[in-house]
Ligand binder design. Structure first.
Ligand SMILES: Nc1ncnc2c1ncn2[C@@H]1O[C@H](COP(=O)(O)OP(=O)(O)OP(=O)(O)O)[C@@H](O)[C@H]1O
Ligand SMILES: [Mg+2]
Length: 317
């Protein structure tokens, strides 16, 4: 039985490689590419696996990249349910310029998810018995998916007693927040957009999150602040957790790793303060690895212990 289900409506294959030097017009010789499963929810499932927690990854898959995606997840022993999609799963491309060590990320647009495929997603979710404890909706939305589709997903999850965790952006996130979910994890830009402003400085972040909480629609908001860590807000508390100083290699997958860490904490009965610390620990641990690599559990554990030690006693609940 999977107590956690991740939903990735816009999955991808992430193909990464490197070249000696990125130059226009010339034929560039790349090293053999590394292929990895990608997309928000899929990465959350992969992060959970590293922490020793099973989950079910639900996603549409089409064409050769769709088959490859399923094969790669099988190799990682991740439970999956792929909805057969008529359109081909996208492939993202990541190139490291070895001369500068800079990473270039080329994200392809998702492909149209047809109405009957969306209906199939709802059916599969509905038929999960028992209903999962947590449903994670993560990543971008592919063409064809209206924000209201996610509202339907959320409503049905709530009716089944499932807690929803959302890490998406744009109109989809706005509609989900109107509906109300258990936890959202916007970054500052995503929170600013929801607050209807261009930018938010660090003092305004807590306020904006509190204002959303006050509407009574989300129980927990974790605003991720990149190298500044994260800020967690609930009805009765606000807490800022700094990111430990580490040697940053690549921030790819930091947000998804953070969500995986928070879910692990939630499903093992940790407090909200501990949850956000484990989230920051996993997110920051992900930045210690190069390329698209997520976090090493040993790095996350070390950073988590460090963050717990820096917690003052009165907040240890
Ligand atoms: N440069 C960094 N140094 C240290 N930790 C970082 C850095 N960037 C990200 N993190 C860690 O990862 C967490 C999530 O990062 P971030 O706020 O960038 O999320 P995001 O914008 O959703 O990322 P993504 O692009 O993966 O969706 C942060 O809260 C922090 O713990
Ligand atoms: Mg993110």
């Amino acid at each position: 039985m999977n107590r956690i289900v991740t939903l990735t409506l816009n999955p991808a294959i992430d193909k990464s490689t490197s070249v000696d030097k990125l130059v226009p017009e010339h034929k560039m010789r790349c090293v053999a590419p590394k292929l990895e499963p990608g997309g928000g929810g899929i990465n959350v499932s992969r992060g959970l696996k590293r922490l020793g927690l099973e989950s079910l990854a639900l996603f549409p898959a089409g064409g050769p990249a769709g088959l490859l995606l399923q094969e790669l997840l099988e190799r990682e022993h991740i439970a999956q349910h792929a909805i057969a999609a008529a359109n081909w799963t996208r492939e993202n491309f990541i190139v490291v310029d070895s001369a500068t060590n800079q990473q270039y990320r080329f994200g392809m647009p998702g492909t149209l998810l047809l109405p009957d495929e969306q209906a199939q997603v709802l059916r599969v979710l509905q038929e999960l018995t028992p209903a999962p404890e947590f449903l994670v909706i993560s990543g971008s939305m592919p063409p064809g998916v209206a924000p209201d589709f996610l509202v339907e997903v959320v409503r049905r999850a709530h009716a089944a007693g499932t807690k929803v965790i959302a890490d998406t952006s744009g109109p989809a996130l706005e509609r989900i927040v109107e509906e109300g979910v258990y936890l959202i994890k916007p970054n500052v830009g995503e929170l600013a957009r929801m607050a209807g402003v261009d930018e938010l400085d660090s003092a305004a972040v807590g306020k904006a999150a509190k204002a959303l909480i006050a509407k009574g629609k989300c129980e927990i908001i974790v605003v991720s602040l990149g190298p500044q860590g994260a800020c967690v807000v609930t009805q009765d508390m606000e807490d800022h957790v700094p990111a430990p100083a580490v040697k940053k290699r690549s921030t790819v997958g930091a947000g998804d790793s953070m969500v995986a860490g928070m879910l692990y904490a939630l499903s093992t009965g940790k407090s909200v303060r501990q949850m956000v610390r484990l989230g920051v620990a996993c997110g920051t641990a992900a930045t210690m690895n190069s390329g698209t690599e997520l976090f090493k559990p040993s790095d996350a554990e070390k950073l988590y212990q460090w963050l717990l030690r820096t917690m003052s006693e009165h907040v240890l609940d």
